[in-house]
Design a protein around this ligand. Structure first.
Ligand code: DX5
Ligand code: ZN
Length: 218
């Protein structure tokens, strides 16, 4: 099993010192950037400008999670801002395969995500178009919510299919990941873990990243 990928979400960082907060997790594998438009989710975060700022601060790959309507209108701005992977929601587009192919044609990794209430089955035949699948284990919109263990069923389904078909799609999980829940997600077969409050809610964010990685290692 490969080393678990830990992706702190800067949504939970202190924006008054964003540079320090990003540098505080220099031992993390990716930086997770949560984009919210106040329409797809009932919350607003930031946009391409802050994403480009984060890209200047760090060489770590930016895992950009678009919780926005009409993602096809905006993806190019996030590609220009330095995204290394762009994850959009299948509920927000009519053409998830076309959008993924467009993102990949620009040399950027493509991922899709689903709200907890959206079944995974209709998308299983399209995995070859994607580098990542982001399973939401909370309702998207806010950090600091409780982990929904029943969402791990989607992870198990994906793990089986990816392994049986020799695919290298990364299974990432997002929402409520902590020292209490990460081992459950690892057992179900995740490769990558987003953590907001469990990293930035700690006095030592780097130590929190290391602890999470250890607990996810099987
Ligand atoms: C939720 C976001 C998450 C969030 C995770 O809509 O997509 O990335 O920041 O925060 P925690 O880890 O606190 O649940
Ligand atoms: Zn996210």
């Amino acid at each position: 099993m490969a080393t678990p990928i830990i992706a702190p979400s800067i949504l939970s960082a202190d924006f008054s010192k964003l540079g320090d907060e990003v540098r505080a997790v220099s031992n993390a594998d990716w930086i997770h950037v949560d984009i919210m438009d106040g329409h797809f989710v009932p919350n607003l975060s930031f946009g391409p400008g802050i994403t480009a700022t984060v890209d200047k601060i760090t060489d770590q790959p930016l895992d950009v999670h678009l919780m926005i309507e009409n993602p096809e209108k905006w993806v190019d701005q996030y590609i220009d801002a330095g995204a290394d992977c762009i994850i959009f929601h299948v509920e927000a587009t009519d053409d998830h395969v076309g959008l993924a192919d467009h993102i990949r044609s620009k040399g950027v990794r493509a991922g899709f995500s689903l709200r907890p209430g959206t079944p995974i089955e209709p998308y299983l035949g399209d995995l070859a178009h994607f580098d990542e699948v982001l399973i939401m284990s909370v309702e998207p919109g806010f950090g600091g919510q409780s982990f929904m263990p029943e969402q791990l069923e989607k992870v198990r389904t994906l793990r089986g299919l990816i392994d049986d078909n020799g695919l290298d799609t990364v299974i990432e999980i997002d929402g409520g990941i902590s020292e209490q829940t990460i081992a459950l997600a690892a057992e179900a077969g995740c490769d990558a873990y987003v953590a907001g409050s469990a990293v930035y809610g700690q006095d030592d964010p780097a130590a929190a990243v290391d602890a999470l990685r250890r607990l996810a290692t099987r």
